[in-house]
Write a protein that binds this ligand. Structure first.
Ligand code: BDR
Ligand code: CA
Length: 318
């Protein structure tokens, strides 16, 4: 299996991502690290520990990370993810607490200890990852690649042009993009499209397995679904879980290697990922040596049916 670490802000759809990663036989989830985003970092740690317990994986180490972005105050998304950051489902408190190591120390330890290079999957603001890269740059030698949920080619969600994870900590995202390791951007353009149909959500909710049932409850909360028809009552977006699907089954997305730059300037465009899709200009500017512009594998299309089936097959696995 591929060794992976998820850095998250659990988070309704981060929880869906964790449930999938724990159950997919091709993935070896070595640790989970938490960062302020959808809710405050202590809420993220609590939600993450609870989800791992419900998923039957109570031994995976969980690290508490940054309380706030590098420059700005935290701006939680309770209007999307509920007051507890995970849909206010009334889940039990976890039985354990986070690791003694903080997120950056845990990331470093697990990356360097892994016998095979690790794939990092950030599904949250990139504060922990930026701190890791700046504090322990030697970790890049054992990182296979970073597949992050964040950014957008077209339309944003936190603002008209900026996606929440990048918008919440744009400087951290800029550090990630220039890390010098292969990066895949699983942005809103594909994220928004993978939406599960109501009958499948119903079936998950009716499961006797607590982890499977939790996936159904979270999907029914459907914080990330868009363009729903009124009859699609309980349809729900996979959201962050799609980024983990993209690691388990990379052929389900179509990517292109493109220059990407984060807008760091104050004002209406702050946090926008500017993706250069021009056929030739991009190249000449890279050769002209613009430092902020990184080449990133940008997901431009997704096989929706394929990822929905993959998600169901994995999460309904006994
Ligand atoms: C991202 O922001 C959060 O609300 C979700 O968990 C996802 O990671 C979408 O912009
Ligand atoms: Ca998230």
């Amino acid at each position: 299996p591929i060794p992976v670490i998820i850095d998250c802000d659990t988070g309704v759809d981060d929880a869906l991502a964790l449930l999938f990663a724990v159950r997919h036989p091709g993935l070896d989830l070595r640790a989970v690290t938490c960062v302020a985003g959808n809710t405050d970092v202590d809420g993220v740690v609590r939600n993450t520990l609870t989800v791992l317990e419900q998923a039957g994986a109570p031994d995976i180490p969980v690290g508490r990370g940054a309380e706030r972005p590098l420059l700005e105050p935290a701006r939680p998304a309770e209007h999307v993810h509920g007051a507890d950051g995970m849909g206010d489902l009334g889940l039990p408190a976890p039985a354990r607490t986070a690791s003694e190591l903080d997120a950056v120390a845990l990331l470093r330890r697990e990356i360097l200890a892994s016998p095979r290079p690790v794939t990092l999957i950030p599904t949250a603001p990139l504060t922990n990852i930026a701190l890791l890269l700046r504090t322990h740059p030697e970790v890049t030698r054992n990182i296979e690649r970073i597949v992050f949920m964040g950014g957008a080619v077209a339309t944003g969600n936190a603002t008209p042009v900026a996606e929440f994870n990048v918008w919440h900590d744009p400087e951290a995202a800029a550090i990630l993009l220039t890390a010098g390791v292969p990066i895949t951007m699983y942005g809103l353009d594909v994220f928004m499209r993978v939406v599960m149909e109501a009958p499948d959500v119903h079936r998950l909710r009716a499961s006797r397995d607590p982890g499977t049932r939790l996936a159904g409850e979270l999907l029914a909360h459907r914080p990330t679904a868009v363009g729903e028809e009124p009859e699609a009552e309980e349809a729900g977006g996979l959201g962050d879980a799609g980024a983990v699907c993209a690691v388990a089954d990379p052929d389900g997305i179509t990517t292109r290697l493109l220059p990407v730059e984060v807008c760091l300037a104050p004002g209406a465009a702050r946090g926008q990922t500017i993706v250069d899709r021009r056929p030739r200009h991009g190249e000449s500017e890279i050769h002209g040596g613009r430092r902020e512009q990184a080449l990133v594998d940008v997901a431009l299309d997704v096989d929706v049916a394929r990822y929905l089936k993959l998600y169901l097959d994995t999460v309904e696995r006994p």
